[in-house]
Design a protein around this ligand. Structure first.
Ligand code: 3HC
Length: 294
């Protein structure tokens, strides 16, 4: 079977996802599963191809396991068209930006998006570390801009945090909530911005505590993960989860939290710094806390 059936690139998308990393790719295919015509956009053709191949494999595996109808799967894959032009967002009612957590890169991306976006389009950033108020100078309509934050892996995790900035309109918030529901997610709405929003604030402070316990010699990585899974009923231990998220990403989220809040609970502990400095980024490269062979 080819990686993907021919998508109709001439039709206007209802959703445009800008950024084809692990998050952007899975957000695009999640929406396509729920009937959206999606344009997935990245400057890198290689990232587009990788995202599309990886998501097609995950969806076809669902078909093999009898969890998804084969025709529905192929129709969803065909609903995603790939583009390497950030300006290719025209016609989309919803635009999700999921590029690198770098203000300079995001600024360039927004300039291009805003040149071509329809006036009525809402723009959601999937950023977990930059609230929309820190980015809004780069968009033309701050009332249509907010954080729409997904979780990894986005094809599976059902929470979406909807975080309005100071200028986001009520209509934009309601449209973002509806969009999340439409694509099978459970949205929660924050009253106002807060570093880490809800889930990451709880999770990353918990990860820091787990690392402090191991660093202090109280328990091993494996036993700490066993304790979290068995006592709290979390599906993964905190070290296993850190390896999934990527230790470089964990460190960056903690660093930014410390920078933005000045709260020492966010300051990355030494054992994390050491691993990242040695190029151990978790499952994606070099191994991490639990995966020592990657
Ligand atoms: N991407 C997509 N699908 C994945 C996956 C991944 N990385 N890992 C596993 N899956 C799929 C498998 O293919 C399988 O699908 P199938 O049944 O259709 O074939 C299904 O998940 C179940 O896989 P497993 O049986 O191997 O594993 P689990 O039952 O343990 O489920 C899990 C995997 C859903 C990842 C579960 O362990 C879990 O919920 N872990 C916690 C994840 C979490 O906390 N995420 C939040 C991270 S923080 C974040 O994203 C915030 C950001 O700002 C950093």
């Amino acid at each position: 079977m080819p990686d993907r059936p021919e998508a109709d690139v001439s039709a206007a998308p209802t959703l445009a996802v800008v950024g084809a990393g692990a998050m952007g790719g899975q957000i695009a295919y999640q929406a396509a599963l729920h009937g959206h015509a999606v344009r997935l956009i990245s400057r890198s053709d290689e990232r587009l191809q990788n995202a599309s191949r990886a998501c097609a494999i995950l969806l076809r595996r669902r078909v093999e396991k009898g969890k998804l109808d084969g025709d529905a799967c192929e129709a969803a894959i065909a609903r995603v068209s790939l583009s390497s032009d950030f300006g290719d967002v025209g016609g989309a009612e919803t635009i999700i930006e999921s590029v690198a957590e770098d203000r300079g890169i995001k600024r360039e991306v927004y300039a291009r998006i805003c040149e071509h976006a329809d006036d009525i389009a809402i723009i959601g950033t999937n950023s977990s570390t930059l609230a929309s108020s820190l980015l809004e100078e780069s968009v033309t309509r701050s009332e249509r801009f907010l954080n729409i934050h997904f979780f990894n892996p986005a094809l599976l995790m059902t929470l979406v945090e909807i975080v309005p900035g100071p200028h986001t309109s009520e209509d934009t918030i309601l449209r973002a909530m509806n969009f999340a529901r439409e694509i099978g997610k459970t949205p929660v709405r924050l009253a106002r911005e807060e570093y880490g929003f809800i889930a990451n604030r709880i999770l990353f402070i918990a990860i820091q505590e787990a690392m402090r316990l191991v660093q202090g010699g109280y328990i091993s990585v494996e036993e700490c993960d066993l304790a979290v899974r068995n006592a709290l009923g979390w599906p993964m231990g905190l070290f296993e989860l850190s390896d999934l998220v990527g230790l470089d990403v964990v460190e960056a989220i903690l660093d930014e939290g410390f920078r933005q809040t000045g709260d020492e609970r966010w300051e990355p502990v030494g054992m994390l710094r050491d691993l990242v400095a040695r190029g151990r980024f978790g499952n994606k490269s070099g191994g991490g806390f639990t995966n020592t062979t990657a």
